[in-house]
Ligand binder design. Structure first.
Ligand code: HEC
Ligand SMILES: [Cu+2]
Length: 502
């Protein structure tokens, strides 16, 4: 029914209204698909405010419908997927996820899709908020340097995913072409103190997780649904450290959470919080209460609300946890304000087992960036490069250590009695460098005596988890941390041992 009306609209208008030049001076060239007049209704015209994640446009105050003009620009650019890892993102509005769009039920949305001249490919948009063929895709196929326009009426309130629907669709979405549009119900959303925009999506890079350099899209991995990266807001660490979202004790927080996919669903959870209200599948009519984890389908969304009662760092995760700890689906909400010991004793378990690690990681990433700049400068003039390169490896290695080894060998490298041997001043480790490489690659079991104390346990192999470079870096770090001293390890040495037949 709705589909029928929308389909009929343009034809009717063409007949009735004839051609009227549309308000914004968009570059629609002669010969382009123009001529369909904007739907003529006596509505006040409004320019939509678009925001980049994690921000959300302000609530809609008006109590009447409007003609809302949305100008969304497609940009293709090379950006950061993780430290040292670059990727060619395709985006709506220059960010992953794309700009957040906020309109009201009953509005007429005049949608302009502008494909930047620097783009290499045509793109279009399918908004799940649209009632009409292809959700707008058929009307918005837009070549680089062109602009398309179509108009739709927001019949159903709710939070909707939008995405590119140009073939191959999984590749366009997999490169970052998705975002959220909120259609506020006529009565408005209930007021809250803080609203945030977070979307999960996965990246199918040719290289493994953490493999440095410019990565490209791997179709075979996409078909097998084996993404090396599953992240929030387009990159590893996008919501970590000084990029964490923040709130104050006592505030009500709402997160508009969506899954762009293209394939993987999310078990969305905030460690240390309980969702007071969840709008399952982002439908507004059946809010659920007191929920721990909510399942969000690919191409779907949810709204979660909770009051923050105590200070601390609350960790956003996909509770399919290797995605959080090994693939990047981890963010932070930092809450400041007075403690309430009647609610929480103050022994912040989450911070200890997660927060500290990620924060150390982000300090270390900063130091790494500084060193990179220093190396670039040093290259020009003198050969102190070797020393700086080693220091750089140490910083990178520190990040690997904090993300992986620290759980067992502890941040101070001292291990735990009876369970994990020390690496700090380990006579066993420092005595044989090749053996150290082998232990990290292939794991270790059976009795081992370190500094006079024997442990008989198992260390899991890391060869499937870490690249040769990462292993060289982490060993360079442990051989130079906590008073240890040693030469840098080289990726080639690791490679040789990885490939040896024993
Ligand atoms: C899941 C826990 C765990 C993780 C993670 C882990 N190790 Fe181990 N590691 C152990 C255990 C247990 C042993 C002793 C094994 C045995 O008893 O044979 C060990 C032994 C070692 C040894 C030799 C003993 C010594 O103390 O000198 C080195 C070196 C080492 N690990 C380095 C690392 C590095 C580097 C990482 C990170 C890339 C790492 N380990 C990650 C548990 C772990
Ligand atoms: Cu596209």
């Amino acid at each position: 029914m709705k589909t029928f009306i929308t389909r009929l609209f343009p034809a009717l208008l063409l007949a009735v209204a004839g051609f009227i030049s549309q308000p914004p001076a968009m570059a629609e060239e002669a010969g382009a698909l123009v001529g369909i007049a904007p739907v003529k209704e006596d509505l006040p015209i409004e320019q939509a405010i678009l925001t980049a994640p994690p921000h959300v446009p302000p609530p809609i105050a008006r109590k009447h419908a409007a003609r809302v003009v949305v100008n969304l620009e497609v940009r293709e650019y090379i950006g950061k997927l993780s430290d040292g890892v670059e990727y060619t993102f395709w985006t709506f509005g220059g960010t992953v996820p794309g700009s957040f769009i906020r309109v009201r039920e009953g509005d007429l949305v005049e949608f302009h899709l502008n494909n930047h001249p620097s783009s290499k490919l045509p793109h279009n948009i399918d908004l799940h908020a649209v009632t009409g063929a292809g959700g707008g895709a058929a009307s918005t196929f837009t070549a680089p340097g062109h602009s398309s326009r179509f108009t739709f009426k927001t019949l159903n309130p709710g939070l909707y995913v939008y995405h590119c629907a140009t073939a191959p669709v999984p590749m366009h979405i997999g490169n970052g072409m998705y975002g959220l549009i909120l259609v506020e119900p006529k009565e408005g959303m209930t007021p809250v103190d803080q609203e945030f925009y977070v979307m999960q999506g996965e990246f199918y890079t040719t290289g493994r997780y953490g493999e440095e350099g410019l990565q490209s899209f791997d179709m075979a991995k996409a078909i097998d649904e084996r993404p090396p990266y599953i992240v929030f807001n387009g990159s590893v660490g996008s919501l970590v450290g000084d990029k964490a979202i923040t709130a104050k004790v006592g505030e009500h927080v709402r997160i508009y959470f969506g899954v762009g996919g293209p394939n993987v669903t999310s078990s969305f959870h905030v460690i240390g919080e309980i969702f007071d209200t969840v709008y399952p599948e982002a439908g507004l009519s059946l809010p659920n209460h007191n929920v721990q984890t909510t399942l969000v389908p690919s191409g779907g969304a949810t709204m979660v609300e909770f009051k923050v009662d105590v200070p601390g760092t609350f960790i956003l995760v996909d509770h399919s946890l290797t995605r959080a700890f090994n693939k990047g689906a981890l963010g932070m909400l930092k809450v400041t304000g007075p403690e309430d010991l009647t609610i929480y004793s103050g022994k912040e378990i989450d911070v200890v087992y997660l927060g500290a690690q990620a924060e150390a990681g982000s300090d270390s990433a900063k130091r790494e960036a500084e060193l990179k700049a220093q190396i670039a400068a040093a290259m020009k003039s003198n050969p102190t490069i070797a020393g700086l390169t080693k220091e750089m490896q140490i910083e990178k290695g520190r990040q690997v250590y904090m993300g992986l080894c620290t759980a067992c060998h502890q941040p101070d490298g001292k291990g735990l009695p009876m369970a994990f041997p020390p690496l700090a001043n380990s006579d066993y480790m420092l005595a044989d460098r090749e053996r150290a490489v082998r232990i990290v690659l292939k794991g270790m079991s059976g009795p081992v005596t370190v500094n006079g104390t024997t442990i008989n346990s198992v260390m899991p192999p890391q060869e499937a988890v870490l690249t040769d470079t990462q292993i060289a870096d982490v060993l360079t770090y442990v051989f130079n941390a906590w008073g240890n001293e040693g030469e840098a390890f080289k990726a080639d040495q690791v490679k040789a041992i990885r490939n040896e037949i024993r």
